[in-house]
Every structure is written in C-alpha cells, then in structure tokens.
Design a binder for this molecule. Structure first.
Ligand SMILES: NC(=O)c1ccc[n+]([C@@H]2O[C@H](COP(=O)([O-])OP(=O)(O)OC[C@H]3O[C@@H](n4cnc5c(N)ncnc54)[C@H](OP(=O)(O)O)[C@@H]3O)[C@@H](O)[C@H]2O)c1
Length: 271
C-alpha cells in the first residue's frame, strides 16, 4: 500500500536559476514542498524563503557541486538526515556549449558529462526506492530538443542530452508497472543564463523562431507531466522541429546543422 503523505518533497536540481527556478515556482504554486539543489552561493536561501512566504509550503535547500562524484550520495544522505521524504524528482541541472570540439579543454567536457549524465543517473538510482513509496511519484529529467539531433559545435552537449532523452524513455518503460512516471523535458532555446542568451542569436533563425521563456517552459512542463506525457516539447515550433527531424536520417540532420551553425561558431567565438 503506497503512503499518502502531505509532507512529501519534490527534489529539484539546478533550482537557483533559469528553467529549474521556474519549475520550483510552478511546483510551489501547486503546494509542493521543495528540496532545492544548486551550486554554493546566496541564491537558494533567498529563493527558498520567498517561495515559503508566498506559497505557504515547506522548503529545504542544499548547495553542492553535482560534478563532484560523491555529490549524489551526499544529497541522498542530506535528505535522510533532514527527514526529507522525496516523492518527486526533477533532474534539471545541466550545462551547455557552443564551440568547435577542439576549442574546449578535456576538463570542460568531463564536467559537462558528470553534471548532465552521471549525476542524473546516480540521483535517479539513489532516490528510486523512496519514490516507489508514494502514489504520485514522478521523475522529470531535463533533456533537450538538441538530444534528437547530432549537433556540430554542440557535440558533447547534444550527445549528453541524447543520453538523457533515451535513458528517460527506457526507464519509463521499465517502471511502467511501478507507479513511478518518468518524463523528459525537451525545450528548444530558452534565454536563461548569460552564455545561453549570447548563444541564441548565433544559433540562426530556426533556433530564434523557437525561443520560449523559462516560465512558459516550466508551466507547460508541469501541465504535461501531470498528464503523464513521456516526451514534453514546449511550443509549436519546437514540436515541428522534432517531427521534421524524423523525416531525415541522422547524417543529414548533422550536415544541415553544421551548415547552419558553422558561420556562428568559429574558434574563439563560442562557449
Ligand atoms: N536554456 C536552454 O536553452 C535549454 C534548452 C534545452 C535544455 N536545457 C536544459 O535545461 C536545464 C536547465 O538549463 P538552464 O538554461 O535553465 O540553466 P541555467 O539557467 O544555467 O541554470 C542552471 C542551474 O543548474 C545549477 N548548476 C549548474 N552547474 C551545477 C553544478 N555543477 N552543480 C549543481 N548545480 C549546478 C545552477 O546553479 P547556480 O545558479 O548556483 O550556478 C542553476 O541552478 C539544463 O539541463 C539544460 O541543459 C536548457
């Protein structure tokens, strides 16, 4: 018998900014208690206090670098120590890139893979037994529309998001009898941090046509999540790109994006 528990928490990584912060606000509007994770700084305390005051929910926060290999375990131990019962998991933290593969150092890619893939898988594995105890359990992973395209100049990022997209869909099927719903959020361009804002104009007219705010993306994400959607693609133009993609083999998709991005991402111009 699964427990109904009003004290259940939703754990959100990357909750101090951008889409993660907007997801926290949308969750708070629904009365969800929130456990917020981000890098050390001052933002999480401020956000937690503001959400508690505005929406009368419980919040906890933990500041940690998720690229540290021990971090997922430390997040899990923190939840146990603080008696935070995690019934919903939103793996949102992630970083992007836009540059020639050879222009960025090995260490950058290692950190990107640790954050975008390794920490997401480890947190999912660690929290899975607890999620299974609650009737409305879900896992929402932040993938990307880019994960459906082999993307020159976003090579490792797009590949890491492809991993997130495929991992989420496969896990969804494995867990379909368990009562834990798994969804993957696949936005197109969302002007969040300064690097993304600088990158969007460089991505060409097709990306610019698909821009949505993080608030809109979060609103759509939670609406679709509540309907149990597997792949959540916010916005009509992004959906169009998703379906159009299927008309072309991967090789052609890569060639097309290479033509589109090449002139914008010359060495020293990206990040
Ligand atoms: N923006 C887009 O166009 C777009 C499109 C498709 C998919 N996505 C995906 O959506 C997710 C959110 O993107 P965003 O643009 O909203 O990001 P963002 O504005 O840069 O926010 C990233 C969040 O992750 C946290 N974070 C970054 N590195 C971390 C680390 N090493 N350990 C712990 N937390 C860390 C940040 O914490 P601090 O604030 O403390 O730095 C922040 O809370 C990512 O997975 C991204 O790949 C974004």
């Amino acid at each position: 018998m699964k427990k109904k528990n009003p004290d259940v928490f939703t754990l959100i990584t990357g909750a101090s900014a951008g889409i993660g912060r907007a997801l926290a606000v949308e969750g708070a509007k629904r009365g969800w208690n929130l456990a917020l994770i981000a890098l050390p700084g001052e933002k999480l305390q401020e956000i937690s206090e503001s959400l508690e005051k505005t929406y009368h929910i419980k919040t906890k926060f933990f500041e940690i670098d998720l690229t540290d290999k021990k971090a997922p375990q430390l997040v899990h131990e923190w939840c146990q120590k603080m008696d935070i019962q995690v019934g919903r998991l939103i793996n949102n933290a992630g970083v992007g890139m836009g540059d020639k593969f050879s222009s960025l150092p090995y260490e950058f890619y290692e950190k990107m893979m640790l954050l975008n893939m390794v920490s997401l898988v480890c947190l999912t594995r660690l929290f899975l037994p607890e999620l299974g105890k609650y009737p409305t359990a879900f896992i929402l992973n932040s993938g990307s529309l880019a994960g459906f395209y082999p993307s020159p100049y976003k090579t490792v990022y797009a590949a890491s998001k492809s991993f997130v997209n495929m991992f989420s869909l496969a896990l969804r099927e494995e867990l379909c009898q368990s009562g834990i719903s798994v969804s993957v959020l696949c936005p197109g361009s969302v002007p969040t941090n300064d690097a993304v804002k600088k990158r969007i104009p460089k991505n060409g007219y097709l990306a610019r046509a698909a821009v949505l705010s993080s608030e809109r993306v979060a609103r759509i994400a939670l609406e679709k999540l509540e309907k149990g959607k597997a792949i959540i693609i916010p916005g009509f133009v992004n959906k169009l790109y998703y379906f159009l993609g299927y008309a072309f083999p991967f090789k052609l998709r890569a060639k097309f994006l290479s033509r589109l991005f090449r002139k914008y991402y010359i060495s020293g111009n990206g990040n």
